[in-house]
Design a protein around this ligand. Sequence first.
Ligand code: NAP
Length: 240
Amino acid sequence: MNVLVTGISKGLGLSITETLLEKGFNIYGISRTKSDKLYNLLKKYPENLKWLKYDLEDSDNIYKTIFKEWIGLKTPIHGFINNAALAYDDIITNLNINRLEKIYGINVFAPMVLTKYAIRHMLLHNTKGSIVHVSSISVHTGYKGLAMYASTKGALEAFSKNTAREWGEKGIRSNCLVAGFMETEMSSTLSEDQKNRIYQRTSLKHPVELNSVSETIAFLLSDNSKSITGQNIHVDSGTI
Ligand SMILES: NC(=O)c1ccc[n+]([C@@H]2O[C@H](COP(=O)([O-])OP(=O)(O)OC[C@H]3O[C@@H](n4cnc5c(N)ncnc54)[C@H](OP(=O)(O)O)[C@@H]3O)[C@@H](O)[C@H]2O)c1
């Protein structure tokens, strides 16, 4: 099974890539940088892991560079994992339109264009593909300072639900993985005090394990989940 994954250089994307490779998937992964961990993974899986340096700010060349020239139109795609995203941590009264446009470009517009061509690719090969967008618990609970970021993930949840409706009859599925707080570079700017306050809002009182998210994504790609579409699957340590 060939799966396109965005944001594989670190954090959750790296964990998803490792988990899927261990399960025998072929990964087409995208990021702007090649971290040491990604470098080692590329050496460990020379056949199954392919990497493209690509900046998702450039949404105009997604079809030509990613689908036509790199993956190739003859290679079927069975899954697309939209994981790459930018954070925006600030209160609404400080909202900056340029920053807002930038995160919408990476978190919403590029994933929508990627979905467009992933679905076309699936239709071309008649594959009953699975699409997973990584969303955030901030959409459902609200956190001070995350309104702009959460709004990008809310847009993805609506897009995913409608993708499921529109393409379900072709067997193409779309779900959102709603992640709670994870210890990654994205969340590294938070103070211990801020992190503890977030943990207190969870039932389990600890951050979400990357492995729990990656394994759930592997399940959503597999045939074991073939009756699941249009859903938001929460992996959030039981956030209340
Ligand atoms: N961390 C949390 O607590 C948390 C909670 C809920 C949901 N999430 C979501 O989980 C997903 C993964 O987040 P994370 O915590 O793993 O973040 P992260 O550690 O910051 O990693 C983000 C990944 O996205 C890539 N990326 C960012 N901008 C890109 C661009 N313009 N073009 C291509 N790739 C780009 C980065 O690679 P390069 O820098 O090499 O390009 C990196 O591999 C995101 O969708 C995030 O919104 C995170």
